[in-house]
Design a protein around this ligand. Structure first.
Ligand SMILES: [Zn+2]
Length: 490
């Protein structure tokens, strides 16, 4: 069995005053969490224990009871009458933060030792414990009750007392057949939400090899990620070779434009001030904007890829390996932009991997060598050209391809996505493989480490495809039903 987790986000409808209570509640939660982080720092050894044991030890150190009247560091100095479940949620939050902090610290120490052993200087700063706390309060059973599809009761700290209040919930209901985790009270701007993690059990999907070798009708969604206009081009095909649908996900040019503008602003600000203080982030707001845009795009694109795969019942999604980053030359904004676009591709892959897995779909990657230069029908090298220009040569990033061997013509990104799908199938096909054409440019690519839910191919001597189509007229349509066109060379 496999497990998938997701979060159900519900808007809360509450009395205007209650917003301030939620804020007071969260504030207290953070004070208690911060208190326990301090206790853990003073008793680092608790981190050697599992969470359950650590919790017992930490309560013993802090919680006043009849049998434990004088704890070493009493929590009552922070606040009186904290409900047990509130305290435990805060302890677990503090344990989580402490574990992550100490693991970073020990990694840093190892790097330092290694560096000193080699006789090198070590300038990297050590990680610092959190200076401020902004955690959302997790509500363990006992802090909420009477949950229905439309409302629930919450126990919150109002700033002066503990009080049960009823709040109405809107939007998505909790689906059936899932295991519900502890909800958390989350603030987004001025609005409070209830986030509930849910866990679903499902039958683990069969290995790709099995799916591909035992069922000719297995559907594969292959994805060509780009940095320009087409952020992603997806095609769904069967193992046997019928192409069922294509989807163009556009918007790359807009994202690039936005990002480049922000990077340009950062560059100009830096030029004006002249100095960048080491270890201090400059232009915080602009950087945040860039990060938010990238993150949002990666989420939207990955969700649409998975939705498309689901819609066409694909059970495998395949990408090409990303290859190495080759930063563009030119101004700061241009170089920075190409770097971030590259990272975004990585993030899209990562998000697709987990979103697809939650839908029972396996993700894989194939060798990226020449995916943009090979004909999807006959494997010859294609000509790549601009619209209105002769179909010859190879114009890097041009939108159209044409194969002089078999006469195939079409969109270059779509051709690349078809080639990616074929590579996956070829990997499992028996018999002597056709020798791939000599690469025009061969570069080294880092060997990717296998990821549990992604059955990666190893790749060496490869070249990433960074097609930059300038076709404006493909608006994510599913090119319908080109069945019968065998895309695998006989
Ligand atoms: Zn061809």
């Amino acid at each position: 069995m496999a497990k998938a987790t997701t979060t159900i986000k519900q808007v809360l409808n509450y009395h205007a005053d209650h917003g301030a209570w939620f804020a007071a509640n969260q504030d207290l939660f953070n004070r208690v969490t911060s208190f326990y982080f301090g206790v853990i720092q003073a008793h680092e050894k608790v981190l050697d224990l599992c969470n359950k044991e650590a919790l017992t030890v930490l309560e013993k150190l802090t919680h006043t009871t009849q049998s434990n009247p004088y704890p070493v560091i009493p929590l009552s100095e922070i606040a009186e009458d904290i409900p047990a479940m509130f305290r435990r949620a805060a302890i677990n939050a503090a344990l989580g933060s402490a574990r992550s902090f100490y693991s970073l610290l020990s990694k840093w120490r190892k790097r330092k030792e290694k560096s000193i052993a080699k006789g090198k200087k070590f300038h990297e700063r050590p990680p610092v414990p959190p200076r401020s706390w902004n955690k959302s309060a997790t509500l363990y059973v006992g802090m909420w009750k009477e949950r229905s599809g439309s409302s629930l009761m919450l126990k919150v700290w109002t700033g002066s007392v503990w009080s049960w209040i009823r709040v109405r919930i809107t939007a998505r209901e909790i689906p059936n057949g899932v295991e519900m985790g502890s909800p958390a009270l989350i603030r987004r701007g001025n609005q409070w939400w209830l986030h509930t993690p849910i866990e679903k059990q499902f039958k683990s999907p069969a290995k790709i090899e099995k799916q591909v070798t035992t069922n000719e009708q297995t559907k594969i969604c292959s994805v060509d990620l780009n940095v320009d206009q087409h952020l992603a081009v997806c095609t769904v095909r069967t193992v046997e070779g019928s192409i069922l649908a294509t989807k163009f996900i556009i918007g790359g040019r807009r994202v690039n434009g936005l990002r480049k503008k922000q990077l340009g602003r950062i560059a100009r600000n830096r030029h004006k001030t002249g100095i960048i203080v080491e270890g201090e982030q400059d232009n915080v707001d602009l950087w945040r904007k860039i990060r938010n845009t990238d993150e949002q795009v990666a989420h939207v694109v990955s969700a649409r890829i998975v939705q498309f795969a689901k819609q066409h019942e694909a059970s495998i999604v395949v990408f090409e390996h990303l290859g190495n980053l080759k930063p563009a030359k030119g101004k700061y904004s241009r170089r920075g932009n190409s770097k971030r676009a590259f990272w975004m591709k990585g993030r899209i892959f990562k998000y697709v991997k987990y979103k697809a897995y939650n839908a029972g779909i396996i993700t894989s990657r194939v060798n990226p060598r020449n995916t943009s230069r090979e004909c999807a029908r006959c494997h010859s090298l294609v000509a790549r050209y601009e619209e209105g220009k002769p179909a010859e040569g190879y114009a890097y990033g041009a939108p159209l391809v044409s194969c002089s061997q078999c006469g195939m013509r079409g969109n270059s990104d779509r051709n690349a996505s078809l080639v990616i799908g074929q590579r996956l199938i070829e990997r499992y096909q028996k018999g002597p493989k056709e020798k791939p054409p000599t690469p025009l440019v061969a570069e080294r690519v880092e060997q990717s480490t296998g990821v549990v839910i992604s059955q990666d191919a190893q790749s060496v001597g490869t070249r990433p495809s960074t097609g930059s189509a300038r076709h404006g007229d493909h608006n994510e349509h599913g090119t319908a039903q080109e069945t019968g066109m065998r895309m695998v060379a006989p």
